[in-house]
Write a protein that binds this ligand. Structure first.
Ligand code: SF4
Length: 359
């Protein structure tokens, strides 16, 4: 079934490390945004069947529950939506009990909180609007409102981050009623305020970043969160159904400025212009019109702990198997029942391993 992604391009304040497309929120823009999304849903040229809907951003939790209901209603009228996982990314500084209850009534059943750290000095450095107390209270409120599928983001590779500080974050967050963790390694992305030499010099080097990553995976696994993808761990049965579609190379369609789609063998995205998006349906930009080939499937599949079944790639199995031997010997890959997968150490150098295997 096809996944549905809606990009909500608003934030209360831009974080200095973030290169996702978002602009300042205003109530007027919220109304125009919802109207434009509903317009594009209604204009979509076919009736698809879907079981996952994902509100990402930006900060979807700046929107009123009423706006979320209008978009979900449009999706249900236009498409066949079957037992959906409906996720919303949440900035902890934007929610309170009543709003969370209304989101649940609107149909959201999975929340993904951008907590990032339990250390307030790190949250301040990241320019976040919440402190840890606020984030923990928001997660607990969500749980008490009936949300039992909650993810939190944890950021590693922060300036001056030690295993002790990261360990504190993991201890605090894993004590919350959380079923899923997404982890991100902080990078100074071009075009962001962090992209300057002075800041870049404060980031841990690659070796220490790797140590932090492996420490985090190990500690979270001890706490019952099993790694299922390079950057994602969950309690059993709580893997993100929507994000698994990306790695399984299944189709998804995106609505909203800068949203990406993979549909009918093509990968494409909408331009990142809010004003153009409000005015009229925008033309998609195609990035690949022959997507979903073997190489792409192997590349995406190896991001998953389950890896790839060599039998699925009869034309390539022999050469991949041969090339993987040196990585298996080095403890970077494993091969079991003709399935090939990366180890946590291998995930750290996944790009170079995957290029070596498929090129
Ligand atoms: S990190 Fe999240 S809240 Fe911060 S600017 Fe990016 S999308 Fe907005």
């Amino acid at each position: 079934m096809t996944g549905i992604y809606i990009h909500v391009p608003f934030c209360a304040k831009k974080c200095p490390y973030c290169d996702f497309f978002s602009k300042n929120y205003t109530a007027d823009n919220e109304m125009r945004f919802v109207r434009a999304i509903v317009r594009d849903i209604e204009n979509f040229p076919e009736r698809i069947t879907s079981d996952t809907i994902y509100f990402g951003g930006g900060t979807p939790s700046l929107l009123k529950a009423e706006s979320i209901s209008l978009m979900l209603e449009a999706l249900k009228n236009k498409f066949d939506i079957i037992s959906p996982e409906v996720t919303m990314e949440v900035n902890p500084s934007t929610v309170y009990r009543n709003k969370l209850e209304l989101y649940r009534q609107a149909g959201i059943n999975r929340l993904s909180f951008g907590v990032q750290s339990a250390n307030d000095d790190e949250l301040k450095l990241l320019g976040r609007l919440h402190n840890y107390e606020k984030a923990a209270a928001a997660v607990n409120e969500a749980y008490s409102c009936g949300f039992n599928n909650i993810s939190c983001d944890i950021m590693t590779g922060l300036p001056a981050q030690t295993t002790q500080k990261l360990g504190h974050t993991i201890d605090m967050i894993s004590d919350l009623p959380v079923t899923h963790i997404s982890s991100y390694i902080l990078k100074a992305e071009p075009g962001t305020p962090f992209y300057n030499e002075e800041f870049i010099n404060t980031l841990p080097d690659d070796d220490y970043s790797a140590e932090l990553y492996l420490f985090m995976v190990n500690k979270l696994e001890q706490k019952g969160f099993m790694q299922y993808e390079i950057s994602n761990l969950s309690k059993k049965g709580y893997e993100s159904r929507h994000n698994l579609k990306y790695w399984h190379c299944e189709e998804y369609i995106g609505f909203g400025p800068s949203a990406h789609s993979y549909h009918k063998g093509k990968r494409y995205f909408l331009p990142d212009s809010i004003e153009d998006f409000f005015k009229a349906p925008m033309s998609y930009k195609i990035t690949d019109d022959a997507a979903g080939g073997y190489d792409e499937r192997i590349m995406l599949g190896l991001r998953l702990k389950e890896g790839i079944a060599l039998d699925d790639y009869p034309e390539k199995a022999h050469i991949i198997s041969e090339r993987s031997e040196k990585f298996i010997k080095a403890g970077l890959m494993t091969k079991q029942n003709n399935r090939l997968s990366l180890t946590p150490k291998g995930f750290l150098v996944s790009n170079s391993i995957i290029s070596d295997l498929i090129l």
